[in-house]
Design a protein around this ligand. Structure first.
Ligand code: UTP
Length: 289
C-alpha cells in the first residue's frame, strides 16, 4: 500500500543542545539557511508523502509559523522586487498538508508516536525523527517505503555505528536479505555491552502499521522512564519480522552539538550561493590549525 502519511515527532526537550534549544526548538536549528525540520518535510514530500503530522509541545509554535504564509514578509519582498525569495517562502506554506498535535507531557518517543493514532487511521505510515536530517539523492524515507512495500513488513532505517553509540541508541539482530536490506528479528533499546546483538542501530526513520498503537498502549515504560518506540517495534520484529534498510545518504544528528556543526559545514560546502567562498575560507582556516 502506498504510504502517504508521515509523522514527525518534534516534542522532545533537546537537553543536549541547550541553551540553543531553550526558546528555539532544536528541530528549528539551522543548517545554513533552513531549519532542520524543513529538510525533513522536504524529504517526505519528495518521497510522495502528502499528509504530515508534526508532534509539538509548549514553546514549539514557531514550527507552525515556519510552514505557514507570512503575508507581510512576502508582500515586502515583492515590493522590493525580490520575487524569487517571496516565491520560495510562499511555497513553504504549500509543501504538504501539515497538521499539528501537542504531546502534553514529554514521556518519550513512543508516547509521542501514540499521539498520532487518530491521524494515522488504518494505513501504514512513516515516522521521521524531527532531529535526524538525512541528505541524499534518493530520499531515505522513499528507500524505506520501497523495502516495506516489497517485503510487506514494517521497516527501519539502519546503519552500523560504533559500540559507544549502539549503547546510546539501540541494537538490532539482523540477517542479510539483499544488497543493503536486512531482516530484523529482534532489537533492544540502550543495550548494555553484553546485550548487543550487532552494531546496527535504528537511525531516524521507520515505516509502521497502526498495530504499533495497540502495543504502545499496553507496554510498560522502558529505558530512562520513557515510553520507548523501540520496545513496541521489538514485539513486531520478534512476531512478524521487520526489514532494515542500510540507506544511502548522509545522516546528521541535530540532537547534539557536533552533529549540528558537521551538518552546517558539509551543507555549506555544497551550497550554491556560498559553497565556493566557504571552501576558500575553510582551506585557509584549516591551513592555520
Ligand atoms: P531524542 O531522543 O533526541 O530526545 O528525541 P530529546 O528529549 O529531544 O533530546 P535530549 O536527549 O533531551 O537532548 C528524538 C526525537 O523524538 C522527539 C524529539 O523531539 C526528537 O525529534 N521526541 C522525543 C518527542 O517528540 N517526544 C518525546 O517525549 C521525546
Amino acid at each position: 500500500m502506498k504510504i502517504r502519511k508521515a509523522i514527525i515527532p518534534a516534542a522532545g526537550l533537546g537537553t543536549r543542545v541547550l541553551p540553543a534549544s531553550k526558546s528555539c526548538p532544536k528541530e528549528m536549528l539551522n543548517i545554513v539557511d533552513k531549519p532542520a525540520i524543513q529538510y525533513i518535510v522536504e524529504e517526505a514530500v519528495k518521497a510522495g508523502i502528502t499528509d504530515i503530522l508534526i508532534i509539538t509541545n509548549r514553546g514549539k509554535g514557531v514550527i507552525e509559523d515556519h510552514f505557514d504564509h507570512s503575508f507581510e514578509l512576502e508582500a515586502q519582498l515583492r515590493a522590493k522586487g525580490r520575487n524569487d525569495t517571496a516565491d520560495e517562502l510562499a511555497a513553504l506554506a504549500n509543501l504538504a498538508n501539515i497538521y499539528y498535535i501537542r504531546q502534553k507531557e514529554t514521556k518519550g518517543l513512543g508516547h509521542a508516536v501514540l499521539q498520532a493514532k487518530e491521524f494515522v487511521g488504518n494505513e501504514p505510515f512513516a515516522v521521521l525523527y524531527g532531529d535526524d536530517v538525512i541528505i541524499g539523492e534518493d530520499p531515505a524515507i522513499a528507500q524505506l517505503c520501497r523495502a516495506s512495500e516489497k517485503y510487506e513488513k514494517s521497516a527501519v532505517c539502519i546503519k552500523e555505528v560504533p559500540t559507544e553509540l549502539v549503547k546510546k541508541y539501540c541494537s538490532l539482530k539482523v540477517e542479510k536479505l539483499e544488497e543493503n536490506v536486512y531482516g530484523v528479528s529482534d532489537m533492544i533499546e540502550k543495550p548494555k555491552e553484553e546485550e548487543i546483538f550487532s552494531n546496527f542501530a535504528i537511525l531516524g526513520r521507520c515505516v509502521l502499521t497502526p498495530d504499533i498503537f495497540d502495543i504502545l498502549s499496553r507496554i510498560p515504560y522502558g529505558a530512562g522512564g520513557e515510553l520507548q518506540l523501540t520496545d513496541a517495534m521489538r514485539e513486531i520484529a520478534v512476531k512478524e519480522g521487520m526489514v532494515g534498510v542500510d540507506f544511502t545518504g548522509i545522516r546528521y544528528d541535530m540532537g547534539n552539538k557536533l552533529g549540528i556543526m558537521k551538518a552546517n559545514v558539509e551543507v555549506a560546502l555544497n551550497h550554491k550561493e556560498i559553497g565556493e567562498d566557504f571552501k576558500d575560507y575553510l582551506k585557509e582556516l584549516v591551513g592555520g590549525l
